[in-house]
Design a protein around this ligand. Structure first.
Ligand code: SF4
Length: 362
């Protein structure tokens, strides 16, 4: 692993006044960018052209400093937290006797099925150190789409096996770890895949199959969005995407575009695939989300929701969905009663965990 400029980051020290208005959760830079960085749709490698990992010792120094300020919930920022780094961070957390809970994004492990022992042991260490929520980009349940359209260099079996290893580690540690997976659907298809007879209906079924075999705690389905700078943007012909670069430039699709913008009828799609603009694909996108939802898997509960849910003592999936809906209603009604109550619960729980930490001399 290469450790680079992120090592020189300044660690924030909050004043009591700042702390009183802050949610006691800290976004910690364990790395910037992604060590894989080759997914054809992904904007992350365009935002951070190089991947920089932070030395585990410095990440844990910052964690320890935050604990002293009463903060014990952490979101790791790296687009992919490599397991060797996560393990070293975990070992240092345990060595120092710190108690925290954290979330991280990680890539499924290539050929995970043949590395089960290593993966289970590694995840056990990371879970013991406080891992509670993991986000894994599954992207597609279709083998060919993963390889040719997403350039993910993973198979759905790798995703299934990685999830199984996390579940096994979680079971052995007696701690539930929430797993969130994401899909990109509908998605473009290369000419080769169209000729091979791959259809959106087939991908739809493969996604349901993958969801059934992984049964994540939550999932997200996003329709294919072409971001400037990605392979889909620079090589649209290869992916069978019709891209109007002039219109694209005017609209300026950015990383913060959301599905909510796409359902806006006045939104003019600057790209299309398989003869339909992105807005025309929305009904199929919704159908896919509903079909996975029908398996009993809640949708769109992201790490912050799951963190809130843990603090509020929600454990079953139905209650998690209700909580997510209540937060949504808070937002559209501009009455943040439920959210504020949950934030208070987070702060109480974060303070409690931080006070239980037992820093040891090292
Ligand atoms: S999708 Fe994930 S693994 Fe792929 S380049 Fe983006 S951050 Fe990296």
């Amino acid at each position: 692993m290469v450790y680079a400029p992120v090592n020189e980051r300044l660690v924030p020290e909050y004043t009591p006044q700042e702390l009183s208005g802050k949610i006691k959760s800290h976004t910690i830079v364990n790395g910037i960018g992604c060590d894989y960085g080759r997914c054809s749709f992904c904007i992350h490698p365009q935002i951070h052209r190089e991947f920089h990992l932070r030395e585990p010792r410095l990440v844990v120094d910052e964690i320890e400093f935050m604990i002293k300020q009463g903060i014990s919930f952490f979101n790791f920022t790296a687009s992919d937290t490599p397991l060797p780094q996560a393990k070293m961070i975990g070992e240092d957390i345990l060595r120092r006797g710190l108690r925290i809970e954290f979330t991280m994004l990680t890539r499924a492990w290539k050929s995970a099925g043949s590395k089960k022992d290593y993966l289970v042991e590694t995840f056990r260490t990371i879970i013991r150190a406080g891992l509670r929520i993991v986000f894994i980009g599954a992207e597609s349940g279709n083998y060919d789409v993963l390889a040719e359209v997403m350039n993910k260099d993973l198979t759905s079996q790798d995703i299934i096996d990685t999830v199984k290893c996390i579940r096994r580690a979680s079971e052995l540690e007696g701690v539930h770890v929430y797993i969130i997976t994401s899909y990109i659907f509908p998605c473009p298809l290369t000419k080769n895949l169209v000729e091979k007879g791959i259809t959106m209906e087939r991908i739809y079924e493969d996604n349901i199959r993958l969801a059934k075999l992984t049964m994540p705690d939550s999932f997200q389905v996003i329709p294919a969005i072409v971001y400037a700078g990605t392979k889909w943007y620079y090589e649209p012909e290869k992916y069978n995407i019709l891209l109007d670069k002039e219109m694209f430039g005017k609209i300026g699709l950015r990383a913060d575009i959301s599905v909510h913008m796409l359902v806006d009828k006045s939104f003019k799609s600057p790209y299309s695939f398989l003869g339909k603009g992105i807005t025309e694909w929305i009904p199929m996108h919704i159908k896919q989300a509903r079909a996975i939802n029908a398996l009993g898997i809640p949708s769109d509960l992201m790490d912050e929701h799951l963190l809130m849910a843990r603090c509020a003592g929600y454990s079953d999936l139905k209650k998690l969905e209700e909580m997510s809906m209540e937060i949504f209603l808070d937002i559209i009604s501009c009455d943040y009663e439920v959210t504020n109550k949950l934030l208070k619960q987070i702060n109480v729980k974060s303070g409690e965990i931080a006070s239980r930490a037992r820093p040891v001399s090292y």
